[in-house]
Structure formats: C-alpha cells, structure tokens
Ligand binder design. Structure first.
Ligand SMILES: Nc1ncnc2c1ncn2[C@@H]1O[C@H](COP(=O)(O)OP(=O)(O)OP(=O)(O)O)[C@@H](O)[C@H]1O
Ligand SMILES: [Mg+2]
Length: 263
C-alpha cells in the first residue's frame, strides 16, 4: 500500500511517499508565492521519482500552513500532530520535539506512547525562525546553508540586542560597518535564536530525548547553541526537513487501514 504525506510550509513543501509503512520517496521543493501550485508540483515530483501514479495512493494527508490549498487531500492534520508523529517514528525515545521552520517555531512534548501532551508555538514574530536567518544571511552576503559552518569558526560571540527582525538586520549592518567579523556576528545570531527557543522550551518543560526538526535543524550553529543551553544532546534526523510530511504520511497510512477514521 502506498500513501502520501505533504507538508506545505511557508518556505518549503515536502512530499513523503510510504510503501508498506517504510519511506519510499521524499522530495523538498520551495513553496514560492503559490502554495496550491507548490503542492501539486511536489506531489508530481514524488510520484515521478517513485514511478507511481496518483490513483495508486490509498490516502493523502496534508499539513503545514498551506494544508488547505491542496484539493485532493483525504484529510488535513495540524503540524503539531504530524511533527510529533514523524519525530516519534524516526526516534521513538523522543519526548520533546523542537521544530524550527521558516515562519514559526514550535516545541512539543510527547508521552512514552508518542502522544502530544503539551506544546508552545511562536507564530507571531519572525525572530527565532528560519526567515530571521534568511534576512540576516542576505545582509551578510552569505548563503543560509553556510551560516552553520561559518559560525563554527567564530572565536567568540556577540550580543544581538534587537528583539525584532527588522531592527536586528540594522544592527547586523552596523556591526559589519564596525568591522566585526562575519563569523562572530553569525554566532551571535544563532545564540539569539537559541535564546528565543529556550524561552518556549522552558514554558513546556524539557524532557529527554530532544529531537530537532525543520530546515533550521540543518544549521549546526543553531543546533550547537541550543544544545549548550539545554544541556542535553539533540537528536537530528538524517533529513530533518521532511519530518512533518513523514508524520502526515504515517497518519495517511492509518486512515487507509481504518477508513472509518477519515471523517
Ligand atoms: N541546508 C540548510 N542549511 C541551513 N539552514 C537551512 C537549510 N535549508 C533550509 N534551511 C533553513 O530552514 C528554513 C526553512 O525551514 P522549513 O523548510 O522547515 O520551513 P517551512 O516548513 O516551510 O516553514 P513553516 O513550518 O514555518 O511554515 C529556511 O528559512 C532556512 O533558514
Ligand atoms: Mg514547517
């Protein structure tokens, strides 16, 4: 049986196909301005990669902020549920999930069965998200993919005092003009994100083990700053950006096996 999970996010759209409960194919594409088109493109790319046609899918679950934009979904399910399910599948010892995406960040606490018991979400402000890092990478004239590696070479950090992305960008421009090394500024930015996330983690209460998901989990500088603050080792899945779509696919499989749950 083949099922699909799609995470239609603010920056990227992922599709995961499961065959008999195992990951068969995954694709990650930019969402762009039109989330409906992004969803269609993402599903087509995954189907093509796997050599299957849409009619062969037993169920499709969509999640993410654009989850309603795909017309062919069997069901839409929230990101909290999907990230929890995906993280628990790849790492069953997970009790806390930290997802840092493009426009929001979330902390989810799970019980030993993988059920959500509590969560916190920051969706009001870009600070503490991937978008914040994209704005800063642009100001620093570096690629967002290189931020983590660059920060590892920093001999010290620097305090970024602005709480707001727009003001923090001006602050970064001033620090560059002052002659502060880029690596030091980047490390300061990672520390500022980690401080934001730590505030949310403390409200939920951290329980080991902690799994980091979302595109920002690929930034080793943010992961290190967060791990240092939490005082625990973080589990980062081999492809942290597909965990929401993976959770959606696992829920699609459940729906296909128990069709009464579709409504
Ligand atoms: N290779 C990479 N290295 C470092 N950071 C990365 C990399 N790829 C993506 N990112 C970061 O991940 C962010 C996007 O994360 P993700 O794809 O999880 O967002 P999203 O799911 O679309 O957003 P949201 O869940 O908030 O709607 C980018 O803004 C960028 O900061
Ligand atoms: Mg996301």
């Amino acid at each position: 049986m083949i099922v699909a999970g799609m995470d239609i996010g603010s920056i990227t759209t992922e599709t995961v196909l499961l065959r008999d409960g195992e990951i068969f194919t995954s694709v990650i594409l930019p969402t762009g301005a039109n989330s409906r088109m992004a969803a269609e493109r993402s599903l087509s790319a995954a189907l093509e990669k796997a050599g299957v046609i849409q009619e062969e899918l037993a169920a499709i679950v969509t999640t993410g902020y654009g989850r309603a934009s795909f017309a062919g979904a069997t069901k839409m399910i929230t990101e909290i549920t999907c990230h929890a399910r995906g993280a628990f599948f790849v790492h069953p010892r997970t009790r806390t999930v930290i997802d840092i995406g493009g426009q929001d960040s979330k902390v989810i606490r799970l019980d030993s069965q993988g059920r959500n018991v509590d969560f916190q979400m920051n969706d009001k402000c870009a600070a503490g998200t991937g978008r914040f890092l994209e704005v800063m990478a642009h100001a620093l004239e570096v690629k967002v993919e290189d931020l983590g590696r660059l920060s590892q070479g920093a001999p010290r950090t620097i305090k970024i005092s602005s709480m707001c992305t727009v003001f923090a960008e001006s602050e970064v421009v001033s620090l560059i003009a002052e002659g502060q090394p880029k690596e030091v500024i980047i490390r300061g930015l990672h520390d500022s994100i980690a401080d934001r996330i730590l505030g949310m983690v403390n409200r939920v209460g951290v329980e080991e083990e902690v799994t980091l998901t979302g595109g920002v989990a690929k930034n080793e500088g943010v992961a290190r700053a967060l791990g240092d603050r939490l005082g625990v080792a973080l589990y980062i899945p081999p492809e942290p950006q597909i965990i929401g779509a993976l959770g959606a696919a696992l829920l699609a499989r459940e729906l296909a096996l128990l069709p009464d749950a579709k409504n």
